[in-house]
Design a protein around this ligand. Structure first.
Ligand SMILES: [Zn+2]
Length: 416
């Protein structure tokens, strides 16, 4: 049975990378897009037609799935103007940002976090995971950080406009304590969120990672790591996580952010680590803005980009996405919560080739997969989950140009 025809939206363009079944879609291939009349049946996109009557003319505008932000910090954003900080390395930024926590009242956190959410929604983002710094109190593991509650309240208020996931950001040394890690895992499972940690060169890192997988398996939690955010070949967190994920066959998604040193370690080690990452089913989220700003700080002039081995990870079949990370705070003094601008920066920093339409999944379907919430391609999507842009040009969209503005495709339907 064929579903009822809702509308034929003439003269649309859909990036081919956002279509699952190109054979059946019916669009005319035009570089990185399909062009034609978008047919909507039973509330969903059924494909494209090339002729016949249309209900409205979209004027060659792009129709896409929404953006997904897989990694940001809504508790820290928009603090740079009040920090006493002259810049520096990752560890300098951590110290400066910690001092700002004295200002973190409910109202302060709420105002800044909501500003970030507004930016995301205006940019066409419909799903986000934000990290939230976890205040470790070994004697009281049940206590939720204020920022966790604030962002939980905002997630409720913004439900229907954007899905907001929280990931707890804990020091990996605290997770090496089996009792504490179990208690925190239980609290996070009760309030909803992912279990995450900062893994660098801490001597407790292997024990901490082991406990996190054990806790996550018990409570069905997704895992999210800040891992190897440095260029030393000694950093081995990604390898430890991949081995643990493969050993335990963890059922929930495991996201590894940063993995900076992967790009600069010796080729044989890199190849082996990338293969391990692929086999373990990890997602790797590259964070171009904070990596460009904070890595390679040991010399007076930066030479290395700090970004993980994006092209080689993609070639090995790893699920790779780009995240915005820090915005106007100690870790990155500039920026905006806009995944398409993050993609533009990633294209530059990782030397990704055109056409740009082929790169959109890095901030759409791949990012959603990393969060364990699949995002349907255009040809399997309800029409009201899609966006229509003022531009028909993917390069302008990704660059955030004058016409990179969107509205719901629902608003372009003739019955609306
Ligand atoms: Zn981060």
């Amino acid at each position: 049975m064929t579903a009822r025809l809702d509308a034929v939206l003439g003269n649309a363009r859909v990036p081919a990378s956002l279509v699952a079944d190109a054979q059946r879609f019916g669009g005319r291939r035009d570089r990185d897009c399909f062009a034609g009349n978008l047919v909507v049946r039973g509330g969903s996109v059924a494909g494209m037609s090339q002729d016949g009557p249309v209900d409205t003319d979209l004027g060659g505008r792009l129709v896409t799935t929404p953006f997904v932000e897989p990694h940001c910090h809504l508790d820290k954003c928009f603090t740079i103007e009040r920090l006493d900080f002259a810049g520096g390395s990752l560890l300098d930024a951590i110290t400066a940002q910690s001092a700002d926590k004295a200002n973190w009242t409910y109202g302060d956190l709420r105002g800044r976090a909501e500003r970030g959410i507004r930016e995301m929604v205006a940019a066409g983002t419909r799903m986000v995971r934000t990290h939230v710094d976890w205040e470790v109190d070994m004697r009281d593991p049940d206590r939720l950080p204020l920022a966790w509650r604030v962002i939980g309240d905002l997630a409720e208020e913004w439900r229907g406009r954007i899905t907001i996931q929280r990931a707890a950001l804990l020091p990996i040394a605290s997770m090496a304590d089996a009792g504490y890690s179990q208690a925190v895992g239980r609290v996070i499972a009760q309030s909803g969120g992912a279990l995450g940690a900062f893994v660098f060169d801490q001597p407790e890192r292997a024990a901490g990672i082991h406990n996190m997988f054990s806790v996550a398996a018990r409570h069905g939690l997704a895992l999210d790591f800040h891992v190897d955010e440095g260029l030393s070949p000694e950093l081995d967190g990604l390898e430890l996580i991949a081995r643990e994920a493969a050993r335990t066959a963890h059922a929930e998604p495991v996201l590894c952010g940063h993995a900076c040193n992967l790009a600069v370690i010796e080729q044989d080690v890199r190849k082996q680590r990338i293969e391990l990452t692929a086999r373990a089913g990890l997602s790797v989220v590259a964070l171009p803005s904070s990596n460009l700003y904070l890595q390679d700080r040991d010399r007076t002039i930066p030479r290395e980009r700090g970004l993980t081995a994006v092209s080689e990870l993609l070639a090995a079949g790893v699920n790779v996405a780009f995240g915005t990370d820090n915005v106007q705070d100690a870790f990155c003094p500039v920026g905006i919560h806009d995944p398409k601008r993050t993609l533009a920066m990633g294209v530059l920093a990782a030397h990704l080739p055109p056409p740009l339409g082929d790169r959109l999944p890095l901030v759409m379907q791949n990012a959603a997969k990393a969060l364990g919430q699949p995002l349907a391609p255009v040809d399997r999507s309800p029409a009201d989950a899609l966006l229509i842009w003022e531009t028909g040009d993917v390069a302008e969209l990704v660059s955030g140009g004058t016409y990179a503005r969107c509205r719901s495709l629902h608003d372009a339907m003739p019955s609306h």
